[in-house]
Design a protein around this ligand. Structure first.
Ligand code: NAD
Length: 260
């Protein structure tokens, strides 16, 4: 159902962004993937996805801490594809520290990557969406955009900010065929988290399921990690016609965490 649509996904070379790339390509979307790794790695990934799903896929490298680099990449995306239909702001960074010890430069980097990057991509992509009166903007926030946690001042501030931004854009586009929503994952099974599971399994001679439960059950009522494929399916649903009137939502998929 996404044939003919161009999907631009930031931070698409790993984790949730990569899962969304697979899922949207499977539905027929043409991919414009952003990433931090060099062009050789990004191009190889695009070739693999293009072959597997029989879609076009191109890579755009940019360090999102640098707004000028992002804008240059966006201009290339828009020029090469003729316009973005589906924009997924997924790239994000995390740093945990008490606020009085929080390095100001890391604070600024997190504002740039987790929040300002979405402002720039939306501002630059909206004209092509408005021209077609169709668009999907999906911002990958977090349950940290809905609740706080000590040590996560920058992450909480940027993810709460991203949800606020989502609501505002949803209202600016409310009478159009463009929707803007946020997805709020709980703990998801990305390589970073799996490594912690593997370490615990090795240390305590546990199988994968037991180690996962041990690591996550304290934090997520389900005792299970969210799968990136499940998050990608939520993103794919938001791209469907059935989700035409989902506007300004911040949907959790968190194993019950925010219900507690
Ligand atoms: P990940 O590390 O695989 O993905 C993060 C992506 O952001 C990477 O591709 C990375 O290259 C990119 N990125 C980071 N800094 C960048 C920079 N300066 N310039 C350009 N790109 C940069 O981890 P993930 O779990 O897939 O995270 C994806 C999103 O999901 C993030 O926004 C994260 O905050 C959010 N999230 C993840 C979880 C989880 O448990 N995994 C939970 C809630 C929210």
């Amino acid at each position: 159902y996404l044939q003919g649509k161009v999907a631009f996904i930031t931070g698409a070379t790993s984790g949730i962004g990569l899962a969304i790339a697979h899922r949207l390509a499977q539905a027929g979307a043409r991919l414009a993937l952003h990433g931090l790794p060099d062009a050789a790695e990004g191009d190889a990934l695009c070739q693999e996805l293009a072959r597997r799903y029989d879609v076009e896929a191109a890579y755009f490298q940019a360090d999102l801490r640098n707004a000028a680099a992002l804008e240059a990449a966006m201009r290339r995306v828009l020029g090469d594809t003729g316009g973005v239909d589906i924009l997924v702001n997924n790239a994000g960074m995390q740093h945990v520290s008490p606020v009085e010890a929080f390095a100001p430069e890391i604070w600024n980097d997190m504002l740039a990557v987790n929040l300002s990057a979405a402002f720039h991509t939306v501002r630059l992509c909206l004209p092509s969406m408005r021209a077609r009166d169709w668009g999907r903007i999906i911002n990958i926030a977090s349950i940290s955009g809905l609740r706080g946690r000590s040590g996560k001042s920058a992450y909480n501030a940027t993810k709460h900010g991203l949800i606020g931004f989502t609501k505002s854009i949803a209202l600016e586009t409310a009478t159009t065929g463009i929707t803007c929503n946020a997805i709020c994952p709980g703990w998801a099974l990305t390589p970073i988290v799996q490594k912690q599971v593997d370490a615990l399994a090795a240390r305590e001679q546990l199988d994968d399921a037991t180690a996962t439960h041990r690591l996550i059950s304290l934090r997520q009522p389900s005792g299970k990690l969210v799968k990136v494929e499940q998050l990608a399916a939520m993103a794919a649903f938001l791209c469907s016609a059935d989700a035409d009137e989902v506007r300004g939502a911040a949907w959790t998929m968190d194993g019950g965490t925010t219900a507690a």
